[in-house]
Ligand binder design. Structure first.
Ligand code: GAL
Ligand code: CA
Length: 338
């Protein structure tokens, strides 16, 4: 009997020692530029899942696409005693005051998805950025189109040896919009193609806006002249596909098909790929971006050194955590379906 009690006490001690080591009691306050964004919803869910594992408290608020509202939300987190902040800025060029609010309190601040300028990143030691290298996603999406043209010579519908394409861009000023546009066109050229831009406009990451813009391009240049569509994200790629479908395209008839690529690998995009409506996308790894942001915030909130070992991700230049992109094609898209 006595033996059992001793054993039980030892077991309980072991459990509580493990718990004391693993759990945090940090309160992390997070702001997301807007909840109504497909990719950021994935990041948000991943943040929540990671904090559930860590045992701390995570509050997440919707900044509703308004920077002044987000600034107030950060103030509110500070007054209620948050131990770290995670911010997905509405306007990445307006990150400086947010950094300064955190710095004045000595609070760790982790920016995600919208990269502050280097001078802001360099002005404080408890600041990190978790994101992905937009150049990579641009290159990979351009390569998917180039590979398709190499494998399908008839994709060059007018037989002029050039790719006539439409570019649908994300929000003006977002590093992902600028760099994906630049690097996707560069990748087609680097693959040996001459390219001709038939249309180029922003649809602000939004599906409905992309459908409108694509309808406009179709009536302006004629659907038969469009040989490819590159969109800076999947929601806009899917919006463009809606416009193509309205013309009877991308619905299974091989003679009526325009290859469309996006970025993100959202569930609806993978679904569209499985139906043959969409050519490809690039994984923008929402899970790892969300997990990493919470890990950095918790380690920093607990006043422990933020290192590759303590967070489980590689840190570049002391403050950048880059999550790799991956090309998603008809060969491997099933791997990414959840
Ligand atoms: C991009 C993503 C877009 C959109 C945007 C929001 O990385 O590809 O779909 O979510 O971030 O900032
Ligand atoms: Ca052509």
């Amino acid at each position: 009997m006595k033996k059992h009690v001793v054993f039980l006490a030892a077991a309980l001690f072991a459990v509580s020692a493990v718990a004391a080591f693993a759990a945090t009691d940090a309160l992390v306050g997070a702001c997301i530029y807007k909840f109504d964004d497909t990719f950021m919803t994935g990041v948000r869910n991943a943040m929540r899942a990671e904090m559930d594992r860590q045992g701390g408290e995570l509050e997440i608020v919707d900044s509703q696409n308004r920077q002044p509202a987000q600034n107030d939300q950060v103030d509110a987190y500070i007054s209620k005693g948050a131990n770290a902040l995670i911010v997905n800025p509405v306007d990445r060029t307006a990150a400086q005051p947010l950094m300064e609010k955190a710095k004045a309190e000595g609070l760790p601040i982790v920016f995600v998805n919208r990269e502050p300028y280097a001078e802001v990143m360099n002005a404080y030691d408890k600041i990190w950025y978790v994101g992905a290298k937009a150049e990579e996603s641009g290159t990979q999406s351009g390569q998917i189109i180039a590979d398709y043209f190499k494998a399908n010579p008839k994709a060059d519908k007018n037989g002029d040896g050039k790719i006539q394409y439409i570019m649908i861009r994300g929000e003006q000023g977002h590093q992902d919009a600028t760099l994906r546009t630049e690097y996707s066109t560069k990748a087609m050229k680097d693959a040996g193609f001459e390219i001709v831009e038939l249309g180029n406009d922003t649809a602000n990451w939004d599906k409905v806006q992309a459908t409108d813009k694509m309808k406009g391009f179709i009536s302006a240049v004629g659907i038969d002249n469009i040989e490819a569509v590159l969109a800076n994200n999947d929601d806009m790629a899917l919006g463009a596909i809606e416009a193509l479908k309205a013309e009877g395209y991308n619905m299974g008839d091989a003679a009526k098909y325009v290859p469309v690529v996006g970025v993100d690998a959202t569930a609806p995009a993978l679904e569209a790929m499985s139906k043959g409506e969409m050519l490809g996308t690039v994984l923008n790894d929402a899970d790892n971006q969300g997990f990493a942001a919470v890990k950095v915030a918790v380690v920093a909130a607990d006043d422990k050194p933020v290192t590759d070992e303590s967070i489980g991700y590689t840190i570049t230049d002391g403050k950048y955590i880059w999550i790799p992109y991956r090309p998603v094609t008809v060969e491997n898209y099933k791997e990414f379906m959840k």
